[in-house]
Every structure is written in C-alpha cells, then in structure tokens.
Design a protein around this ligand. Sequence first.
Ligand code: ZN
Length: 297
Amino acid sequence: MPSDEIDKTLFAAATNLPISNGNTARFWDSPWADGRRPKDAMPLAYAISKRKGKSLRQGKENDSWVGDLDLEAIPPITLELIDQLVALWIAARNVHLSDEQPDQIGWKFTSDRHYSASSAYQAQCFGGSSTTFDSLIWKVWAPGKCKLHAWLIIQNRVWTFDRLTTRGWQNNICCPFCKRDDETALHLVAECRYSKRIWTSIASWVGSQLLEPGHWAATQSVLEWLENLANMAEVPKKGLRTLILLVVWEIWKERNQRIFEHKESTTTYPLAKIKEEARLWMLVGAKRLRELLPLLV
Ligand SMILES: [Zn+2]
C-alpha cells in the first residue's frame, strides 16, 4: 500500500512495537524510543546519521548508530543536538532485545492491542504531558530550548554526554564544579556547593529567604526539587518559574563550558549572564519576571 510521510507519522504515533529481536524494527523509523520514532523525537541527531536504514538490532549493536554520525557535517554543536544524542543514547541502552521472538506491531490505545474507533478518538483528546510538566515547564515563559532542557534534566537525560563521547565507559564521573561528588542532575542543579552559591545570590536578588538553599527541604529527584522551589510561598509563581528555568539553563551552560572548552568561571560569570538574560527576556515579553526582579529593569 503506498503511503506518504504523513501516513507514516500517523501510523507511528498510533502503534507501538514491543521489541523482541529488533530485526523488524528500524532504528530511526520505528517507535521504540518511549513510544516515539527517533527520527521524530531526535531530528537533529537523525539529520547527521549517515546510515538511516539500519534495523534496531544493527543500530544498537556496539552503539553502532553513534559510529554512523557524520561528525564533520555537524554545524557548531548545539545544546539541542547534545540533548537529543543523549536521549537517544539512553533510550538505545534501555531497549533489551531477545533472540527469538520477531517484533510485533500493535495498536497503542487498547489493552488487547487491536484497533478500535473509540480508542482512536480518546487518544486524540488525551493531552500528551502531565499537569506538573505543563505548569512547571511548558506553560512557563522561557525560550523553547530552556524548557526542553529542563524537561530532559528532570528525567536525568542530559547529564551523561561525556560518557557518550568517550569510548571507554566510565562510571562515577565527577561533578565539573566541585570535582568531588558524582555528577547527577540533582547534584548539578541543586546540591553542588557551586550551584548553591548561585541560588543564594538569586534569593537575595528576589528578596526571599525561602529561596536560599539552606531553607530547602531535602529531595530525592530533580522533579521533587523543582516542585518545591516553583511553589515557594511568598514569591510570585509565574515569574519565579521563568527565573528557575533561566538559572538551571545557565548552570548547565557553565557545566558544558568546563567539560567541552576547559574554561572555568567563578559564580560571578553565570550570575552576570543570568542578569543579562533576565533583562533580555523582560524586554521581549517576560512580564512576570519584571514583577519578581523590579530592580533589574
Ligand atoms: Zn559538585
């Protein structure tokens, strides 16, 4: 049956492919990565792959999809590209192939995996992201790249790029700030003494003691930490949520600068960047941020 790109996209969105041996599923074209096709979910990574027709098994074997990336075709490496590569890398690691069963395609929205019209209708009405993500990230005023990054970091998907680039897999890579603790997403944005110094300055700009790391409740995950911080009493929430995304973004950029460019700055630099960006964001529409940081205008 002839099908165009739209048909393929719809089909991919409505079906899933419980992966068995990985021979039928295509590495880029089958929805095996959290129910999505890597081609759609990681388009920048897809664009630089030299071999797009591999089966999932072929692509996954020895991380051969990484070897297929055309590194010379990469324009300056963008954070979006890094995020996509990391997400794909983790998804590929998490897919386990069995040797016997062939892959079988099934309809996503019914328990017996057969198509029904009512389930198709319900699927269209069902929003894709949870309320928490909506209110903490997607509906917050911030550039798209900052939102995407925050969403990835919540799922612990951004912090292992160094492991992706080094061939020898190493565990326990140290935090590039304190060079003492393991680098987890939570450590990086909230627990490291370097990041805490940044948050302390932010708390004093905003004039809220509650925002100081010393007043935070202990948390186990980035999501929990973000929920606590973003719902802090006394502070106007919308502006605060924009500010949090900005701070997390600048911490991440400083972290990358240390890893990829071997440049280290004291907290003065990211703090100056945060102020500069905050002014810019206010100019182009972040009104709620202006309420939060009137002295910056
Ligand atoms: Zn640290």
